[in-house]
Ligand binder design. Structure first.
Ligand SMILES: NC(=O)c1ccc[n+]([C@@H]2O[C@H](COP(=O)([O-])OP(=O)(O)OC[C@H]3O[C@@H](n4cnc5c(N)ncnc54)[C@H](OP(=O)(O)O)[C@@H]3O)[C@@H](O)[C@H]2O)c1
Length: 206
């Protein structure tokens, strides 16, 4: 699979790239700056390109920019992405002294993103922390993916199954992205409270 990681110079994109390359996939690291992409990619043995060039000819686009920039980035890449499936990993979080809160938005960032592109959008991988994903071994965690387009979801599940040591699980329609994104706030609060790197294990599935 040829995977374009938009905003791939960040901690999450680099960790995902490392795992995907180890699993035999071809990765293009995308950035707003071609030189930054090339430098980051060279360390991984990946290709580097501007976000726009990266998404062309990809089988799957992973939108891994800082969450604040995800919608604007998708809007700008609409033409270049075309019909290529997009995996949104973003969670909007609000940091306050009482803890980390999910966004006040009524819909998930993934659902809003789906309105910005012509491609099918799926959401997932939110519970994989960059720190564990980029470690020496694939994290022993399950990975949740939701989406409405079966083919796009199958691609995202294929990637999810390669980058973690747990199961890649189909978590239903894209409307569930609201819960997955909100779960990120819960995970960050757990990490802070217990000084941990929390992951997800779903029980009861045979
Ligand atoms: N960090 C985690 O553990 C984790 C876990 C699961 C999911 N996620 C999600 O993964 C995404 C990336 O996380 P991260 O920690 O890697 O984020 P990050 O380091 O803050 O940002 C990733 C990249 O986004 C690009 N970027 C920053 N601001 C932008 C803007 N306004 N418009 C377009 N691009 C912009 C930058 O790349 P260039 O400057 O090179 O363009 C940056 O390297 C987020 O949406 C996050 O919610 C993160």
């Amino acid at each position: 699979m040829r995977i374009a990681i938009v905003g791939g110079t960040g901690a999450f994109g680099l960790a995902l790239a490392k795992r995907a390359i180890a699993a035999g996939d071809t990765v293009v690291i995308g950035s707003r700056d071609a030189e930054r992409a090339a430098t980051a990619a060279a360390e991984l043995g990946a290709e580097g390109a501007t976000n726009e060039d990266a998404v062309r000819a990809a089988d799957l686009v992973v939108l891994a920019t800082k969450a604040d920039g995800a919608l604007e980035t998708a809007r700008a890449l609409r033409g270049a992405i075309g019909a290529t499936p997009v995996l949104c990993v973003a969670s909007e979080l609000r940091f306050a002294k009482e803890g980390v809160f999910p966004t006040d938005e009524a819909t998930s960032i993934a659902e809003r993103l789906a309105a910005e592109v012509d491609a099918p959008v799926v959401a997932g991988l939110h519970s994989l922390a960059a720190a564990t994903l980029g470690g020496d071994e694939p994290p022993e965690e399950d990975v949740l993916v939701c989406g409405d387009d079966p083919d796009a979801k199958a691609l995202a599940l294929e990637l999810a199954g390669k980058v973690a040591d747990g199961r890649a699980l189909d978590a239903g329609p894209l409307a569930g992205a609201r819960a997955l994104e909100g779960l990120t706030a819960v995970i960050v609060n757990l990490n802070k409270r217990y000084r941990a790197h929390v992951g997800i294990r779903v029980t009861g599935i045979r």
